[in-house]
Design a protein around this ligand. Structure first.
Ligand code: VG1
Ligand code: CO
Length: 544
């Protein structure tokens, strides 16, 4: 069957952000928009011709259409085999798992993660390399450069394939294998965690939990693992059917967007444990009875307790956290005598450290935690890790966290997001703070003395690549920090993120309400960046 060569012209703005190319569906619908980007991947990743590719997405609106287009283009570009998740579904961590397991030349993941879905909402696409991880910057830059000069793409003219029937079919000279999207991933989880201990824990009857899949991709994974394999009571997984518009929700597992779940943990009758994941299954939120575990604390606690989990019983080689993530993990690393790396925001910066065996666990403040088992952050993995800890330590979530603070001190932490701010105003605000940085060390901001202030740059210790402009960082005496950064995943205007942290060693001061305790620091951060005058916002849109 002959490939059709279709003339096209470059479209501006196809540079991938923090995690792939994310735009409104209407942008992806422009003739050639998706095709140009996909052809740029095939042109740049030449070993895909004759090779194997993984393909799947979070099931949002436009997923099925995009998969049909990419399959026809893969066949026309000489790919020999594509493994597709049934129904076009693959969570991001499951895609990473199968890219590695079947030793493929990479994968294409269709998702805009926690952004809403539907005809008027967001869509996204990214390429993952053979290690299973998001393409590092040199690769995304090469793909982007290709989109700027592209003049044609290759595609077959064939009818749509049935994506729902398992098994192999031919598409031109290429084989398409529709695979069970859950099985390989569930097997991997079973190899890492003690399902028997968890089953016994569930059977004791004294433990009540819910997992909120938010009508996004993790529903089928959570039902198979939690209910079928471990034996949690049916109904443990709520909102478990993936919907194209996520039930009109915002599939972002945080206190603002998973309100229904949070409410179920409150009061005398509150659940013992609750967790949620995002659109594509790579984020997690962990809750105990009346208790929220910050993602930064979660990373530190997993690191301190990893030896209790079968997959990590031999200890961990090192940890890494993104720069804005609290320094709680640093304290654990110090106690364990291992290195804690500080990387820019985005999972792609962990890949080299994981591949080189320098770290075992890594995480971000944005509800992302993971390990060397795949090369993406992994929502259900984090939930299973916590369940394994609860079963092993026979303590509540709150007890485990409080004991951790008692031992290491507490890093109070919050992030304030100002969404859909005028892009020019947001850029000007960052320029304003950037200009102040050199003069800050040694001065006082409110009651805090500034120790250092910089525009964060990172040199990868494995390949020496350098990434600059990764967020404005102000370090204060006693371990507090203020960080300003613009989001690289938004699709409307700019999103300003202000990350705030302060450290408290004294256990008598570990029980304050976070926003109240951090108020002085919050006000300092607002004033320094002139947030109200520059953005017109008096309060953030989302506080986590
Ligand atoms: C956000 C988070 C970042 C995360 C990224 C992708 O990026 O802050 O930590 O890696 O989303 O996560 P940004 O540039 O908007 O701050 V996901 O679950 O959207 O793939
Ligand atoms: Co995600």
């Amino acid at each position: 069957m002959d490939a059709k060569i279709v003339a096209t012209r470059p479209v501006d703005g196809q540079r991938p952000g923090t995690s792939g190319l994310r735009k409104k569906v209407e942008v992806f619908r422009q003739p050639g928009y998706l095709e140009n980007f996909v052809q740029a991947i095939f042109d740049t990743r030449t070993d895909l011709a004759g090779g194997m590719l993984i393909l799947g997405g979070d099931g949002r609106y436009y997923n099925r259409h995009a998969i049909q287009v990419i399959l026809r283009m893969a066949a026309a570009n000489g790919v020999s085999k594509v493994l597709v998740g049934q129904g076009g579904i693959l969570s991001t961590p499951a895609a990473s798992c199968v890219i590695r397991k079947y030793r493929t030349q990479g994968g294409i993941i269709l998702s805009a993660s926690h952004n809403p879905g539907g005809p008027d909402e967001d869509f996204g696409i990214k390429f993952n390399t053979p290690n299973g991880g998001p393409a590092p910057e040199p690769v995304t830059e090469a793909i982007y450069a290709r989109t700027a000069e592209i003049d044609s793409y290759r595609i077959l003219e064939t009818p749509d394939l049935d994506l729902d029937r398992l098994g192999g079919v031919a598409l031109g000279d290429m084989t398409v294998a529709i695979i069970d999207p859950v099985a390989d991933y569930a097997d991997l989880m079973e190899s890492l965690f003690d399902f028997t201990a968890m089953r016994r824990f569930f059977d004791s009857g004294a433990f009540r939990m819910r997992f909120d899949a938010m009508h996004a991709v993790t529903g089928p994974y959570a039902i198979e693992i939690l209910e079928n394999r471990i034996g949690a009571v049916p109904g443990t997984v709520m909102n478990g059917t993936p919907l194209e518009d996520f039930g009109q929700g915002h599939p972002d597992p945080n206190l603002a967007h998973a309100k229904e779940l949070v409410a179920m943990t409150k009061g005398a009758d509150g659940l013992d444990f609750a967790a949620a994941s995002d659109g594509d299954g790579d984020r997690n939120m962990i809750l105990g009875k009346d208790f929220f575990v910050t993602p930064s604390d979660s990373l530190a606690i997993l690191a301190a307790n990893a030896h209790l989990v079968p997959g990590y019983k031999g200890g961990i080689a090192g940890v890494a956290r993104s720069m804005p993530t609290s320094q709680a993990a640093d304290r654990v690393a110090e106690a364990l005598g291992i290195t804690c790396f500080e990387t820019p925001t985005g999972w792609k910066f962990f890949g080299n450290l994981l591949d080189a065996g320098r770290i075992t666990l890594c995480g971000e403040e944005s509800f992302g935690t993971g390990s060397d088992h795949v090369r993406e952050k992994d929502g259900l993995w984090a939930v299973l890790f916590w369940l394994n800890l609860l079963a092993a330590r026979k303590q509540s979530v709150a007890q485990i966290v409080r004991e951790h603070w008692h031992r290491f001190g507490r890093n109070y932490y919050t992030r304030h997001d100002y969404e859909a701010v005028d892009a020019q105003a947001a850029g000007d605000l960052m320029d304003h703070v950037r200009r102040l940085l050199p003069g800050l060390p040694g001065t006082k901001l409110g009651d805090y003395r500034v120790e250092y202030a910089d525009d964060f740059a990172y040199t990868d210790p494995i390949d020496d690549s350098c990434s600059e402009g990764q967020g404005l960082r102000i370090g204060l005496a006693g371990g507090s920090r203020i960080i300003y950064r613009l989001s690289g995943t938004g699709t409307q205007g700019a999103t300003l993120r202000v990350y705030l942290e302060f450290f408290e060693l004294d256990a008598a001061r570990h029980n304050w309400e976070t926003q109240a305790a951090m108020r002085p620091l919050i006000l300092v951060a607002r004033e320094l960046a002139q947030i109200e005058t520059r953005t017109g916002r008096t309060e953030p849109d989302v506080i986590t």
